[in-house]
Design a protein around this ligand. Structure first.
Ligand code: AMP
Ligand code: ZN
Ligand code: FE
Ligand code: FE
Length: 283
């Protein structure tokens, strides 16, 4: 079974690289891509843990781009996690994540809900296998603190009432447009895939993003209804895009754990992805 969308403690997942590999193996996965938000910090550790378990690992990432004040997630696969230009770009992304979380915490304090977060340092350079210097913070940390302090029932309640667009503690990300992120992934030899398009409502932008180098689209995702899946399969056909998919697993207690082993990528789609990468590499 193939799952190309998984998070670890390098971003907002609750599973360490070791735990993720154990959980994935238990769920029956055989091939998986680790796709943390704006960090490649977990890839080496996941790879090391996966080898004895017989799991195949694909180096991935989920980069947040910004379109008209809204987040657009772009997945990257078969990326070169040693790429220096990519590393610098991701560091800037993590700095803006930190800025956003700090502003959200300020807003919550003004709303009478002070929370204290234990945030990791933002080191400019850290060994590739140590998550410490390359951890990406995000709203789930704030959501967990709101649950902890009794201001929200659970993570999803915290997002619905405070942290989502239009809610009182929402703060927009600042950063590169999707076309720029897509081009950057392509520049490192990776395949860029539009993450969970059914959640973002920017279908009209897809042709332009294809022009910028978008090579794939995430069809299989837990937040996609059958109708979304059919629509994005048709869009993939129309634009000659590859198809990706996975569980968007964030570990036990994250509110995003139930799709592990249930939402997967069909082997035919994965085979097409691999042959496209092989063709790219030999061209
Ligand atoms: P951020 O990276 O700061 O933009 O936060 C987005 C992340 O928050 C997503 O990748 C999910 O992991 C998580 N998230 C967003 N909405 C929800 C929700 N309703 N319930 C649980 N987790 C959520
Ligand atoms: Zn996440
Ligand atoms: Fe996402
Ligand atoms: Fe994700």
């Amino acid at each position: 079974m193939i799952d190309l969308h998984l998070h670890t403690t390098a971003s907002d997942g609750r599973s360490t690289p070791d735990a993720l590999v154990r959980e994935a193996a238990r769920a029956g996965l055989t091939t998986m891509a680790v796709t943390d938000h704006d960090t490649v910090g977990a890839i080496a550790a996941v790879r090391a843990a996966a080898a004895p378990a017989g799991l195949t690992i694909i180096a991935g990432i989920e980069i947040t781009a910004v379109e008209r004040g809204r987040d657009v997630h772009i997945l990257g696969y078969f990326i070169d996690e040693q790429d220096q230009a990519l590393a610098e770009f991701l560091l800037a992304q993590r700095r803006d994540r930190r800025r956003r979380v700090d502003e959200i915490v300020g807003r919550l304090a003004a709303l009478g809900m002070p929370v204290t977060l234990d945030l990791p340092p933002l080191a400019a350079s850290a060994p590739p296998d140590a998550l410490g210097g390359q951890r990406a913070v995000g709203r789930p940390l704030v959501a967990a603190a709101l649950v902890e302090s009794g201001h929200a029932r659970d993570i999803s309640d915290a997002f619905d009432r405070f942290l989502s667009p239009g809610r009182p503690a929402f703060v927009a990300r600042q950063g590169a447009a999707p076309a720029v992120v897509i081009a950057r992934i392509a520049a490192t030899g990776g395949v860029a895939s539009l993450a969970h398009p059914g959640k973002i409502g920017f279908d009209d932008q897809i042709p332009g993003w294809v022009g910028a180098g978008l090579a794939a689209i995430e069809v299989f995702h837990p937040d996609h209804a059958d109708a979304d899946r059919a629509r994005y399969e048709a869009i993939a056909d129309e634009f000659g895009l590859l198809v990706t998919g996975g569980s968007d697993y964030h570990g036990p207690g994250s509110g995003r754990s139930d799709a592990l082993g249930r939402v997967t990528l069909p082997p035919e789609d994965f085979a097409r992805l691999v042959s496209a990468v092989d063709r790219m590499r030999t061209a």
